[in-house]
Design a protein around this ligand. Structure first.
Ligand SMILES: Nc1nc2c(ncn2[C@@H]2O[C@H](COP(=O)(O)OP(=O)(O)OP(=O)(O)O)[C@@H](O)[C@H]2O)c(=O)[nH]1
Ligand SMILES: [Mg+2]
Length: 320
């Protein structure tokens, strides 16, 4: 460690100490996902893919009434809640209960950090039930909830490589148009979309989709939910190979049963900027940044747990 200028080293240690304190505060917080979409579109499967394990989102309910289901979960010491909305986007016999549903939604759901509007990519239009779901969500909450939203298209593998980009654009446009009825086009056109296939590692364009799903969700998650979400998942996140430092690789090599979340350069930049923003981290100059980069691994491993992993990951981004 003596190879560094001692003043740089002191600043780096302070920076990492601040990061640790902010993460400790965030560890006591939780985050909430709200799932919206028709029965069988792959909501539960997508949660499992993102979180890397089977998460409680499967109930024995019959989708014959509109309901709100809350599932409490824990990952890496972080508590989080998945709120499922069975029936909300389904064409049910028994309609007309929208008012009661809205009331329940408003009283039962106090916080949403990330909202997922899930639809199959191989459908061609926005169905009436989806339209109703979009309307009810917009009415139950402030239309600002769409600022935390991501449109997730599942079953991407059902499209062939040439139809895929057109389908993705077209379906995104149609859903945004529907959202815009309640939010105006400003908010609606900013809702990102991402295509996934829970039975395939890659989308038809040949890209691995998990890193993009992670990045979009993280980019949109509320400021309050971001750090807990990062800590719950960071052990699976991998930056581009050539940037990784040997020391971090050794300490944080995830267990082989994990599906890694591989980020490319652009996705890494999005994750870095969002983290700096939500944690209010000051940017460090190049020489201090270099020390942060090399100390993050050892400091993170000394701290251990979800906080240590987040320090190792995030501190390790400062290497230039
Ligand atoms: N090929 C393919 N199958 C999928 C995909 N996502 C989910 N499935 C399958 O579709 C079925 C329904 O998936 P779920 O994840 O249970 O869907 P859901 O939206 O949670 O359904 P409900 O909770 O019943 O409303 C399961 O058999 C999944 O294995 C996908 O992206 N591609
Ligand atoms: Mg489900």
């Amino acid at each position: 460690m003596s190879v560094f200028n001692s003043n740089d080293e002191e600043q780096a240690i302070n920076w990492l100490e601040t990061l640790k304190e902010k993460l400790q505060v965030a560890q006591g917080k939780k985050f909430t996902f709200l799932l919206v979409g028709r029965t069988g579109v792959g909501k539960s499967s997508t949660v499992n893919s993102l979180m890397g394990k089977t998460i409680a989102v499967v109930g024995d309910y019959e989708p014959c009434t509109m309901d709100i289901k809350k599932y409490e979960n824990e990952l890496n010491g972080i508590n989080f809640t998945i709120i499922d909305t069975p029936g909300l986007c389904d064409d049910l016999e028994e309609v007309g209960n929208d008012y009661k549903y809205l009331e329940r939604m408003r009283s039962d759901v106090s916080q949403v950090d990330s909202m997922w509007f899930v639809s199959r990519l191989d459908e061609t239009r926005v169905t009436n039930d989806e339209k109703r779901g979009i309307k009810l969500i917009s009415e139950a909450f402030n239309s600002k909830i769409w600022e935390q939203a991501v449109i997730i298209f599942t079953f991407a593998g059902a499209k062939n490589a040439s139809d895929y980009p057109i389908a993705l654009d077209k379906r995104t446009e149609l859903i945004r148009k529907e959202i815009a009825k309640y939010t105006g086009i400003g908010i609606a056109n900013n809702v990102p979309s991402v295509a996934v296939d829970n039975k395939n590692e890659r989308t038809p364009d040949g890209e691995k989709w998990l890193g993009e799903l992670y990045t979009q969700i993280y980019a949109r998650i509320s400021a309050k939910g971001a750090a807990p979400f990062l800590m719950a998942t960071v052990e699976r996140v991998k930056r581009p190979e050539k940037e990784r430092e040997v020391i971090i690789e050794k300490i944080y090599e995830p267990a082989p049963t994990y599906t890694p979340i591989e980020l490319n350069e652009r996705q890494t930049a999005v994750v870095t900027n969002k983290t700096a923003e939500v944690l209010g981290l000051a940017s460090a100059g190049a020489s201090v940044g270099a020390v942060i980069g090399s100390l993050a691994g050892p400091v993170g491993s000394a701290v251990g747990g979800a906080i240590g992993a987040a320090i190792g990951f995030f501190g390790g981004l400062f290497r230039w």
